[in-house]
Design a binder for this molecule. Structure first.
Ligand code: SAH
Ligand code: SF4
Ligand code: F3S
Length: 445
């Protein structure tokens, strides 16, 4: 009898919800599975193990994950050996793992954010017994170094610098599902970045819920120092980081950014709201004036900086006047991009218990107004690119447009045609056409 190797190799399929942090954590799950001999499957149907790495930042993130998990019931019935694992922020909420087990008894492994690095053991336990594994640790442990990673975002590479969050913004679930803030050692971060550049990565994105408080739990270091150290690594590459918190965004850091030839001239500085009353209720620890001061300082040291933000509408008790303060702030700053969200009530957070929850219809109208305002700013900013030549890092190929794409130092996306594969190369593109957020151009030799 002839056996084909194809049939012996086990395959994995991972679906990720949520932020970059979670995408990177899925790269760790993929790395662990790769080290166990698994290969990536093209679809769920081809997989021997399906992993859902979930998010609970807003209700719709949870709904999507639950919908997709539920849809696997038939596949699991047909394929008895298929393993379904669910982990991430959603399962980390108190009592949620059991709830999920009741709702979807066919899930084989339920794990949390604090034992993701232990996934190999969880899987081995499952493979050696018929029992379901429900293992969610209540508390975070020390940082584990050395987890293998199967990276998926070349030429960019994500690098964790902090885990967890200490800020407790009143609307936010993250501190409850990710634990207290812990910083990786500076040398561990720098060494990982060095190897990545050696391997050929062209862009590094440092990750943390609040990268600006990096080092608060370490001796003699801070985020500005880290930026300077990573910038010293030889070779041409771009350095990015997210997310910043206005309360910890210092002049020292702005100077470090301005003096680095690696850090991109784009800063994501989530403002959330433009009303002082709402900012206070959100426990953001800055006022709109403080925010304007940070923007002025940034533009003083880095005049061409592109600033992007996150904004929320419909926080409990938000009045029309509060909302107009947000509109006013958005008009005054002139963001280069804004992620807009409707407040979503998260059980266990202080805001969930506040009186004055806002009607969905009111929030929808408010978010539409913000989106329109931001779209018009995007269009105006894009037009300024017309006939200019910009340097972009080519990130990928768009099958639909049949064009390569990449971003400039300001994070603006540009498309261009090329016969050769350009992914991972820095190229100059002359912009010939502008759209809402994106630009079209031709390669300049
Ligand atoms: N640590 C980062 C990212 C947090 S999550 C930061 O502080 O910026 C990303 C964004 O989701 C937040 O900036 C916020 O705008 C939004 N968000 C967080 N909790 C939310 C909630 N309960 N409802 C709606 N949006 C929320
Ligand atoms: Fe959530 Fe605030 Fe922490 Fe960001 S800084 S993760 S919004 S608590
Ligand atoms: Fe979601 Fe967890 Fe990130 S809640 S946004 S995946 S930290």
């Amino acid at each position: 009898m002839i056996f084909s190797m194809e049939n012996c190799i086990k395959k994995y399929f991972i679906t990720t919800y949520g932020c970059q942090m979670n995408l990177h954590e899925s790269e760790k799950i993929a790395g662990i599975l790769t080290s166990l001999g698994y290969e990536e499957a093209n679809s769920e149907v081809d997989a021997d193990i399906i992993v859902f790495n979930t998010c609970c930042i807003r209700e719709n993130a949870e709904d999507r994950a639950e919908g997709n998990i539920g849809a696997l019931k038939q596949l699991k019935r047909k394929k008895k050996d298929l393993i379904i694992a669910v982990g991430g922020c959603m399962t980390q909420q108190p009592g949620f793992a059991n709830e999920l087990h009741q709702k979807f008894p066919f899930i084989d492994i339920i794990f949390g954010t604090h034992n993701l690095e232990d996934f190999a053991n969880l899987l081995k336990r499952k493979l050696s017994s018929k029992k379901k594994i429900i293992d969610v640790l209540e508390k975070e442990g020390p940082i584990k170094e050395g987890t293998p990673k199967t990276r998926t975002s070349y030429p960019n590479a994500w690098v964790n610098i902090t885990y967890g969050c200490n800020n407790f913004c009143t609307y936010c679930i993250v501190p409850y599902v990710r634990g207290r803030e812990r910083s990786r050692k500076l040398e561990d971060v720098v060494n990982e970045c060095k190897s990545l550049i050696k391997e050929g990565y062209k862009e590094i994105t440092l990750l943390g819920q609040n990268v600006n408080s990096y080092g608060n739990d370490l001796k003699d270091t801070d985020f500005a120092t880290l930026i300077r150290e990573v910038s010293k690594i030889k070779g041409k590459f771009r350095l990015k980081f997210m997310t910043n918190h206005p309360k910890d965004f210092t002049e020292k850091l702005i100077i470090a950014i301005s003096e680095s030839d690696k850090v991109c001239h784009t800063v994501h500085l989530p403002v959330q709201a433009g009303s002082d009353r709402i900012l206070k209720l959100m426990n953001r620890k800055y006022t709109r004036n403080d925010y304007f001061e940070k923007i002025n300082l940034l533009r003083k040291y880095i005049p061409d900086v592109a600033i992007t933000t996150d904004i929320m509408v419909g926080f409990p008790t938000e009045t029309e006047e509060d909302f107009l303060d947000t509109v006013d702030l958005v008009e005054k700053v002139g963001f280069s991009g804004a992620f807009t969200f409707i407040y979503s009530k998260r059980d266990g957070t202080p805001a969930a218990k506040m009186d004055g929850q806002i009607d969905e219809e009111v929030s929808k109208r408010r978010i539409m107004k913000l989106i329109e305002l931001q779209n018009s700013t995007n269009r105006k900013q894009s037009e300024e690119y017309l006939n200019k030549t910009i340097e972009i890092l080519c990130e990928g190929f768009d099958e639909k447009k049949n064009m390569y794409l990449g971003r400039d130092t300001h994070g603006r996306m540009a498309y261009f045609s090329s016969q050769e594969d350009m992914i991972g190369q820095f190229v100059f593109v002359k912009i010939l056409k502008t759209g809402g957020m994106s630009l079209m151009g031709e390669l300049v030799r």
